[in-house]
Design a protein around this ligand. Structure first.
Ligand code: S3P
Length: 179
């Protein structure tokens, strides 16, 4: 199991992929997106996996991909919004690196997801209400999974990367001081 990965967790539309890519470029590390690996493995879109195997099948595949990613080192990992649902996923991420919760307000999540039809969980008559419901259910799980929390919103990717780096540095300075 690797120990030096950085995982970005948070809701759909929090900016995990955008920030993850920019962070990887800044740190000259390799970027991995768990959804993308899953899509490469199955050869079909996330929505198709949901359609054929249901959310349960998707979650099983997601956990398998995460386990594989955790075997590697020094990766910047953007995760799917529901990765924190399984206790096992929360644990393996914490064991294999640092987990950053990219926290965003409902309004901002909605702005970033409202024109996107690729997310099966939002394919409902009232996607905004669904997003609110998921945020409420998952907020405690993101907090539980995370070592650090960084606020995300309409800021540029480079501003968010700076925030993440500041939070990570503050955490390692704190850890260095701890007895
Ligand atoms: C999901 C989020 C999606 C994707 C799938 C399920 C979720 O990833 O994994 O549609 O449960 O929140 P993003 O957070 O990258 O949109």
């Amino acid at each position: 199991m690797g120990h030096s990965n950085i995982f970005l967790v948070g809701m759909m539309g929090a900016g995990k992929t955008t920030v993850g890519r920019a962070l990887a470029a800044r740190l000259k590390r390799e970027f991995v997106d768990t959804d993308r690996v899953l899509v490469e493995r199955t050869g079909v879109a996330v929505a198709t996996v949901f359609e054929i195997e249901g959310e349960e099948g998707f979650r099983r595949r997601e956990t398998a991909v995460l386990r594989e990613v955790c075997e590697q080192d020094e990766r910047i990992v953007a995760t799917g919004g529901g990765i924190v649902l399984a206790e096992e996923n929360r644990r393996v991420m914490r064991e294999s690196g640092t987990v950053v919760y990219l926290r965003a307000r409902l309004e901002s999540l909605w702005e970033r997801t409202r024109h996107d039809s690729s997310r099966p969980l939002l394919a409902t008559p009232d996607p905004r209400a669904r997003l609110a419901e998921l945020l409420e259910q998952r907020e405690p799980l993101y907090r539980e999974a995370a070592h650090v929390i960084v606020d995300s919103g309409p800021q540029s990717a480079s501003t968010l990367v700076n925030r993440v780096l500041t939070a990570l540095r503050a955490r390692s300075a704190g850890a260095a001081k701890a007895p």
